[in-house]
Design a protein around this ligand. Structure first.
Ligand SMILES: Cc1cc2nc3c(=O)[nH]c(=O)nc-3n(C[C@H](O)[C@H](O)[C@H](O)COP(=O)(O)O)c2cc1C
Length: 299
């Protein structure tokens, strides 16, 4: 979904007049007529679900209390999900984890000076620096697999060591790596090129509601969730844990960025459909949960 479609749906569902929708969604008469003709059912669905949507936060907390827990798929003996969802494509090696040479920064200083940074210098990140960011946020230091269970252990905590999060990179300025959309393999510690069409970067920028830091970042970390990995063990309550897990990843990205003279800004304001579409995710089995733009600080 692009910004125009979103704009039309957003204002239409709120009862704006044709004239106001043209203005607010920045669309012309022809586009308006096209949307009117083709998005009727979508509008009807949005309106039908509105009462539920208005209360979903309260319901979510109430209905994921332990009192509602049933036997989980794990205890029912349903086969375990894989710990990693591998994507196919051209492999890009990264500097090996044990060999990354990073400047020391006192933890106190990293925590104290961390702020959200939205304006970056033109300087590229080095491959070592990217490798370090991935090591801190997503790398699997251990992988245990048998018929009954499969887990990774990482530098961030995760409920039940389920680690339901996957990392995609929208690389814009990293020395030695072509710009493009990549998947990060947390066990092999390498990248898999998914798409290097220049339009992909624009698509991601649009999906992030044209927030400037996405366009000026050296790299955008796009974190997705594979909910069943956690729900297999915790049922619907597991959905709470996805967001908690993502918070840990975000904080490690922030602190690791400080260590390399960069800054980060976490992003929760994005169009779900558009981000999922950009990454070819179905929005149910896997969906984008969090984004971080990262770039070097200006002197
Ligand atoms: C869950 C979450 C979502 C956020 N989403 C956005 C966002 O979409 N755009 C943005 O500019 N900042 C976003 N931020 C950054 C916050 O605005 C920022 O952390 C806050 O203003 C406090 O400033 P500080 O991080 O410099 O301490 C987000 C932060 C969090 C934790």
């Amino acid at each position: 979904m692009d910004m125009k479609t979103f704009g039309y749906l957003y204002y239409k569902a709120r009862g704006y007049s044709r004239e106001d929708i043209l203005k607010e969604a920045e669309i012309d008469d022809e586009e308006y007529d096209f949307f009117e003709k083709n998005l009727k059912e979508v509008i009807e669905e949005i309106e039908a679900l509105r009462p539920q949507a208005d209360n979903i936060g309260i319901d979510f907390v109430r209905l994921t209390r332990y009192i509602y827990e049933r036997e989980s798929d794990q205890t029912l003996g349903i086969s375990r999900p894989d710990a990693v969802k591998v994507r196919a494509g051209e492999i890009v090696s990264l500097p090996a984890v044990g060999k990354i040479n990073m400047p020391d920064i006192h933890l106190y200083k990293a925590i104290e000076q961390r702020r959200s940074l939205r304006d970056y210098s033109d300087q590229a990140l080095t491959m070592d620096e990217l490798s370090f960011l991935l090591w801190c946020s997503s790398w699997a230091k251990d992988f245990r697999s048998n018929e009954k269970n499969e887990i990774t252990l990482r530098n961030v905590p995760s409920a039940g060591a389920r680690h339901p999060l996957e990392t995609y990179l929208d690389i814009r300025r990293v020395e030695g790596i072509r710009p493009g959309l990549y998947y990060y393999h947390p066990i092999k510690h390498c990248l898999v090129l998914l798409d290097n069409a220049p339009e992909k970067a624009d698509q991601i920028f649009e999906a992030c509601l044209r927030q400037g830091m996405v366009a000026s970042a050296a790299v955008n970390f796009i974190i997705s969730a594979v909910p069943y990995r956690t729900a297999w063990r915790y049922g619907q309550r597991g959905y709470r844990y996805l967001y908690l897990d993502a918070g840990h990843v975000g904080q490690n990205i922030h602190l690791a960025s400080e260590a390399i003279g960069a800054g980060a800004c976490m992003i929760g304001a994005y169009l779900d459909e558009a981000m999922n579409e950009a990454l070819s995710l179905d929005g149910t089995e896997e969906f984008v949960i969090y984004i971080a733009s990262i770039g070097k600080k200006k002197n």
